[in-house]
Design a protein around this ligand. Structure first.
Ligand code: NAI
Ligand code: MG
Length: 499
């Protein structure tokens, strides 16, 4: 008999899931929504309810903003070094709770446990530590003005105040970490809304934030949907900034709504990223790289390499290799040690991806592997590679956000202009990949691609220190690295007459 490979549930997860509805975290306390409303969160591997969660509305948003305002008066006076210590303490607690966080993210989102253990949670911890280090390194400068030697001019980098953060469901813990770490390091206080599909790790983190000893109200965590909870955050007159990751459609809405009080905004939106394999690529790297580029996280990645351009000379071989690997990927529940590809996050996402699978066939594309959603329980869609695709088809233009890649041959020999033109022929500009062993070509193509990130001979690499964000309709503002601090500080110039 085959040995069971199911992961044993961590007692801390069991305990967390038991009991009544999960409460909101406002002003350092766990509280129910004023309305008493709750909503279920679903395990996408089984379609069963995991837990009920309190649903914040406008009243709770108001309470959270008040708590964050009170906390700002305290937090902005905490010394940089002490802010750093608290962030570091939080990272230590996350490390001590790594398995629980990994299991909860897997249960709520569906992603394989091998990924949450080895990518989502460790990257989140590193992220918090990285910004713990920044707290003591946020400086203004003394400016050498031409007015007078007795006029001292200098700048200060000051926090904005209360910032609103709205995150998606594809990397629930990592997106929370990206959002809160830079904001807190710079001295802001936070009202964060998790995605309605994946509220659990955010609320587990609220316990760790409390345990670490952050002053109450520095981080407030709300659960709820977009039109209700999210919109109340976006419209709130005393929130100074909105940081959003999600769909381009909602990004545009947020930009319009933020005009009410001229909030600062940063938007990290969708993509349809090109991944280009030249004939001189190292295929031992390019083939697994292209697979990782599209199938990582079930393809639910804003920077997924969903338009795969492969040179005609190597097209058949690359596609044959990719199909052979991809058809062997083990698909199953995320909470199984052997699972390499899990379910999609929700029935909505399952329907959306299924729609595109149909659409692809209708448009005349051929599914080399996959192509049909699996029957339930759970929201499983197999890895799918579409060939016979033209650049105009909707499967080659619109973000599918699932394990679906469109393979597009290109043919020019030495001229790279044509494939670059095709790669850039999109409203999006989040990321791109290039596979070649020719260093000159690599740089030329990297410079010509209209994208916020270009990966050469790698894909989906991330680090807290390296900026990430979009060109064109993939958004603006850069998270990570020193760049994110610009999103969370404003510059004050001080003139001082010494005469
Ligand atoms: P979405 O953009 O609606 O949701 C993302 C976040 O925004 C969630 O927290 C949601 O509650 C919130 N939100 C939704 N409407 C809002 C509103 N009116 N005001 C304020 N907040 C609001 O994305 P959704 O519906 O979950 O997925 C739809 C598609 O969006 C996906 O299929 C994918 O193509 C894209 N997407 C892109 C992501 C990225 O990382 N860039 C992440 C999630 C989705
Ligand atoms: Mg939506």
């Amino acid at each position: 008999m085959a040995e069971s490979t199911a992961v044993k549930l961590d007692p801390r997860v069991q305990q967390f899931l038991e009991g009544g509805p999960k409460r909101l975290f406002i002003g350092g306390e766990f509280v129910e929504a004023e309305s008493g409303k709750t909503f279920p969160t679903i395990n996408p591997a089984t379609s069963e309810v995991l837990a009920h969660v309190c649903e914040a509305d406008q009243t709770d948003v108001e309470l959270a903003v008040q708590a964050a305002e009170r906390a700002f008066a305290v937090w902005s006076k905490v010394s940089p070094s002490d802010r750093g210590k608290l962030l570091w303490k939080l990272a230590d607690l996350m490390e001590a709770n790594l398995e629980a966080l990994a299991q909860l993210d897997t249960l709520d989102n569906g992603k394989p446990i091998r990924e949450t253990r080895h990518a989502d949670v460790p990257l989140s911890i590193e992220h918090i530590r990285y910004y713990a280090g920044w707290t003591t390194k946020i400086h203004g400068e003394v400016i050498n003005n031409s007015v007078s030697p007795n006029m001292l001019t200098y700048t200060r980098r000051e926090p904005l105040g209360v910032v609103g953060q709205i995150i998606p469901w594809n990397f629930p813990l990592l997106m929370l970490s990206w959002k809160i770490a830079a904001a807190l390091a710079a001295g802001n206080t936070v009202v964060l809304k998790s995605a309605e599909q994946t509220p659990l790790t955010a609320l587990y983190m609220a316990h760790l934030i409390q345990e670490a000893g952050f002053p109450g109200g520095v981080v407030n965590i709300l659960s709820g949907d977009g039109p209700n909870t999210g919109a109340a955050i976006v419209k709130h007159p005393r929130i100074r900034k909105i940081a959003f990751t999600g769909s381009t459609e909602v990004g545009k809405l947020i930009m319009r709504e933020s005009a009410s009080n001229l909030k600062c905004i940063s938007l990290e939106l969708g993509g349809k990223s090109p991944n280009i394999i030249f004939p001189d690529a190292d295929f031992t790297k390019a083939v697994p790289g292209a697979l990782l580029g599209i199938f990582f996280n079930q393809g639910q990645v804003c920077c997924a390499g969903s338009r795969l351009f492969v040179h005609k000379k190597v097209y058949d071989n690359v596609l044959a290799d990719m199909s052979s690997y991809a058809s062997k990927l083990k698909q199953g529940p995320g909470l199984d040690h052997s699972t390499e590809i899990g379910p999609l996050v929700s029935d909505e996402q399952y329907n959306r991806v299924s729609y595109y699978l149909n659409k692809g066939r209708e448009e005349g594309a051929n599914a080399l592997i996959g192509g049909k959603p699996l029957d339930g329980p759970g929201y499983f869609v197999p890895p799918t590679i579409f060939t016979d695709v033209s650049d105009e088809m909707s499967i080659a233009r619109e973000e599918i956000f699932g394990p679906v890649v469109t393979a597009l041959p290109f043919s020019d020999e030495d001229q790279i202009a044509d494939v670059i033109r095709r790669a850039n022929d999109t409203e999006y500009g989040l990321a791109a990949g290039v596979w070649t062993t020719d260093v000159k070509k690599a740089h030329r193509v990297a410079h010509a691609l209209e994208a916020g990130t270009v990966w050469v001979n790698c894909y989906n690499s991330f680090d807290a220190s390296v900026p990430f964000g979009g060109y064109k309709q993939s958004g603006f503002g850069r998270e990570n690295g020193s760049y994110a601090l610009e999103l969370y500080t404003q510059v004050k110039a001080v003139w001082m007459n010494l005469d």
